[in-house]
Design a protein around this ligand. Structure first.
Ligand code: CP3
Length: 339
């Protein structure tokens, strides 16, 4: 189906656009009371994510209510480790928890990398509903975690400030680490191929914990796998978002991806110099949305001006925080659209 609004895709490919496209990481979620209602009906985050009709409903909410230029399929990066054989729980107010983690070579051997399409069919079913309901209004973004970020959860079993257990494996047994990273990459590519088949117009890879690594470790344990993923999808634009990896911008810019996402620690002009030939995405500090409307407007305009209106997709520098006033979010979106 032909897209009525393809601003995001044209900006990603480096084509001229009438205005800057805008969407928000974590736009489908707790900022909206409409999301919280559906979430309550589902009973749990996992029930919501695995019920295609409900996952589709919350995917569409930000498009209808906030007026963003793209939908992002409601799911989680953790569905991949789950499909590989490590189920997770979402602990209220704490986050994800994996009762079983990867400790030994045998644990790696037991991980599944095939039949991702069957194991994750609920994601594809929700995508089919979303594509039908969107009717081409805006593009649909498919996503996955970067292999290193998924590795962190598979080793640690939960979030961490330092991910020192995961890093310990990189230093003490690099071969073990690469074996696991390879398996995750294989499963992720197969999962994302299914997403493209079911209508994903662009893919974003979240390397949320990139910032815990040194530049040398990032080059060794993340970049090669991001390269494999970028190279595997010549058919759709790919965005790489490596939170905290300011040191890796040049290397990321040399991969075959189309867009590099920036967080708010990364200077805009310096990023344009380091990544001259790609579209950039980002990078407003999500905390700016706690300021008065006038300040949200001012900071947003300053950001758009610094990026320039070409080869640019407006977004926050990380996911929107759950306690953000949706009216401030609308102010951010409307300000970008008026730039
Ligand atoms: O709108 C969207 O962006 C699509 C939905 C989406 C979710 N998770 C839903 C979600 C996306 C893209 C993600 C990605 C994700 N999940 C990442 C990468 C992005 C990032 O923020 O760095 C990571 C690291 C995860 C893992 C994860 N999932 C954590 C750490 C948590 C708990 C913290 C939190 O935000 O609550 C989750 C839970 C989660 N995933 C929620 C949502 C809406 C909240 C759960 C709820 O509604 O109860």
């Amino acid at each position: 189906m032909e897209l009525q609004n393809d601003l995001l895709l044209r900006a990603a490919r480096g084509e001229k656009t009438e205005r800057v496209p805008v969407w928000m990481m974590r736009q489908a979620g707790r900022i909206l009371k409409e999301y919280r209602e559906v979430r309550a009906k589902a009973g749990s985050f996992i029930a919501l994510a695995t019920t295609p009709e409900l996952a589709a409903e919350v995917t569409l909410q930000p498009v209808d209510i906030l007026g963003v230029d793209a939908a992002i399929i409601f799911s989680d990066i953790l569905v991949v480790p789950e499909a590989m054989g490590l189920p997770y729980e979402m602990v209220e107010a704490k986050g994800p928890y994996f009762p079983k983690t990867v400790k030994t070579k045998e644990d790696i051997d037991l991980l599944v990398t095939t039949e991702m399409e069957d194991r994750l069919s609920y994601v594809y079913e929700s995508m089919d509903i979303v594509k039908r309901e969107l009717g081409g209004r805006v593009p649909l973004i498919g996503f996955a975690g970067a292999p290193f970020t998924i590795f962190c959860y598979m080793i640690e079993g939960q979030g961490s400030k330092t991910f020192s257990k995961a890093k310990k494996v990189l230093y003490s047994d690099p071969e073990f680490a690469h074996t696991l990273l390879n398996k995750i990459t294989e499963a992720t590519i197969s999962y994302l191929k299914g997403k493209v088949k079911h209508g994903a117009d662009l893919l974003q890879i979240f390397d949320s914990w990139a910032g815990v690594l040194s530049p040398a470790q990032y080059s060794a344990f993340s970049i090669p796998y991001l390269k494999r993923i970028s190279d595997a999808f010549p058919e759709v634009p790919v965005t790489l978002f490596s939170k905290g990896a300011f040191f890796a911008r040049k290397d990321l810019g040399e991969l075959s991806c189309d867009v590099v996402g920036l967080d708010w620690n990364m200077d805009i002009r310096e990023s344009r110099e380091l990544i001259p030939n790609k579209t950039l995405q980002g990078n407003l500090d999500p905390c700016v949305l706690y300021s008065p409307f006038s300040e949200v407007e001012k900071q947003t305009k300053t950001m758009v001006q610094a990026f320039g209106k070409e080869r640019y997709i407006a977004n926050l520098g990380h996911g929107v925080y759950p306690d953000t006033d949706p009216e401030k979010v609308k102010c951010f979106i409307e300000t970008v659209k008026a730039c």
